[in-house]
Design a protein around this ligand. Sequence first.
Ligand SMILES: Cc1ncc(COP(=O)(O)O)c(C=O)c1O
Length: 438
Amino acid sequence: MSDLEQTRLVRTELPGPRSAALMLRKQAFVSPGVGTTMPVFATRAAGGIVEDVDGNRLIDLGSGIAVTTVGSSAPRVVAAVQAQVAEFTHTCFMITPYESYVAVAEALARLTPGDHEKRSALFNSGSEAVENAVKMARSYTGRSAVVVFDHAYHGRTNLTMAMTAKVAPYKHGFGPFAAEVYRAPMSYPLRDGLSGAEAARRAIGQIETQVGAGNLAAVVIEPIQGEGGFVVPAEGFLPALADWCRTNGVVFVADEVQSGFGRTGTMFASETEDVVPDLVVSAKGIAGGLPLSAVTGRAEIMDAVHPGGLGGTYGGNPLACAAALAVIETIESDGLLERARQIETLVRERFARVDDPRIAEVRGRGAMLAVELVQPGTGEPDAALAKSIAAHAHSQGVITLTCGTWGNVIRFLPPLSISDELLTEALDIVVAGLEVTR
Ligand SMILES: Cc1ncc(COP(=O)(O)O)c(C=O)c1O
């Protein structure tokens, strides 16, 4: 790890003067459509700390939205990228291929659920990979419809905006959206009280009556929803959907962009219920911060696409592939799946000591955990509370993110390289935020 000191330090008001000055430049020259969670400008990050331009050291509970799972500038990633950047930066895999892309595909075949023959295609962003999974499913099935779920988030490109549920800020004013995207009810145990089997029956019933299996190319689902509120479907929901897809020749796509790559204590969240998706979408944590995404799936589905039908100038860029191989080695050599499970235990134990009726649920898995906040009595989502707890945490130097369809969920996505001490300190600050807002 770099020599960045692993302690929290708030030495100026947040934002400090240098960040405030940079914010003015941002406002003058950067599109306001690109928002800011915390108006502090980063200079270095490692372990569990992000350092800003004013010398403040913030505890990182966000990992740049679940990306730096192995830690920012993790040593093996730095070494691999430095070595690669000196050799060649780009040839375009579609022009003259290179080994590291193939090695990433081999690793993905080994790491994704199921021992069938698999192939991968690499892209740049989560959205781009989700779009390509839909292209593959359509090509294989010869059908066009795609089913997604309430609270889903799949990205901001035109097709993935259609697949994303929440209108503000992701879709507002940006239509018309892609056709043939249908939404089914999600299993959301806190709010629907249904078992996994009941919720699956409800969803499948709606798909059968409103879409028809014969028209359906793919069901695309996040095994644990990300932006939608870290919703963990009731046990049995995912296996029932996957079974129905298999019976009906529908491609079952797991969007593991946020839940994958060790984040939940297994390599992929689908593994928890032994679900074997036909296609798995990876991004975020796959390459330690370099832009890379992948679709990995059954050979017969991937082989259905005509040669030249997939790709892109930068997809599977050599720097990103070098980083991904280093990320995989880090997860496997450093026992990071176990570390994710330890983080879950620590966070759950901390919240078990908080007796507050405004916390409706602590949920998630591994280092992908959240608390949903409500108004006691009515159970109505309390977005204002989530916002003020996050603001409190930010003012104390803790990077904290919210999420959820109603914005009433605080999520914890620490890098797995964070120390217990930093994590405990950050959680104490978040919990103190509950008291401040009482
Ligand atoms: C589940 C899921 N799918 C897709 C995406 C889109 O990924 P990207 O922002 O890399 O396009 C995200 C991003 O948050 C995500 O969480």
